[in-house]
Design a protein around this ligand. Structure first.
Ligand SMILES: [Zn+2]
Length: 180
């Protein structure tokens, strides 16, 4: 049985497989699959890296594509203690809706992995009403559908997805703010 690299998930870290392999991989190994040895070595390297970099395991880790992260970051100098502080904070943050994206985020800094909670329809409408339909930056008038909800204090700087932190911006202003 041939197992492709992209099928590797380090679910042993959370599910307790003894030596860290997908059970199908063991089967391949014991059947002397010629494809299995390089895969086994690669898999061991990935696991060692994950255990050294993220010693504390949490359930969402089983959905992370570790092979991909290993390929990108194995050579990067990483501080496991600092990463753990950041991960613990993000796991506890209810605005982080996609917890399995946390490990990618702490490595590459791309918020899209986290699916940060967006403002809901009522919150957007209330902010629009408070602003009398004027963009909070350029003060031009727009229809609700032409505007976008913005975190006044960006999430990255500690701003929450709560009504007090919501303002409506026109698309151009929002894009310019986002680019800063
Ligand atoms: Zn504007």
């Amino acid at each position: 049985m041939k197992i492709e690299l992209h099928e590797i998930r380090i679910r042993d870290l959370v599910d307790g497989y003894s030596d860290g392999a997908d059970p199908r991989f063991y089967k391949a190994l014991h059947q002397h699959d010629p494809n299995a040895t390089p895969l086994w070595l690669y898999f061991q390297k990935v696991i060692s890296w994950v255990k050294a970099t993220f010693p504390k395991t949490r359930p969402p880790m089983k959905h992370v594509d570790w092979g991909c992260l290993y390929n990108k970051f194995a050579e990067a100098p990483l501080d496991a203690k600092m990463l753990e502080v950041e991960i613990a904070r993000l796991v506890a943050d209810s605005d982080v809706q996609r917890k399995s994206g946390i490990w990618e985020y702490v490595l590459d800094g791309d918020e899209r992995h986290l699916n940060i909670r967006a403002f809901d329809g009522n919150t957007r409408l209330e902010a629009y009403e408070r602003q009398h339909g004027l963009c909070a930056i350029c003060r031009e008038h727009f229809e609700l559908e032409e505007m976008e909800a913005d975190h006044i204090t960006p999430w990255r700087q500690g701003g929450r997805t709560i009504p007090d932190n919501c303002q409506m911006l026109c698309r151009d202003c929002n894009r310019r703010k986002g680019a800063k």
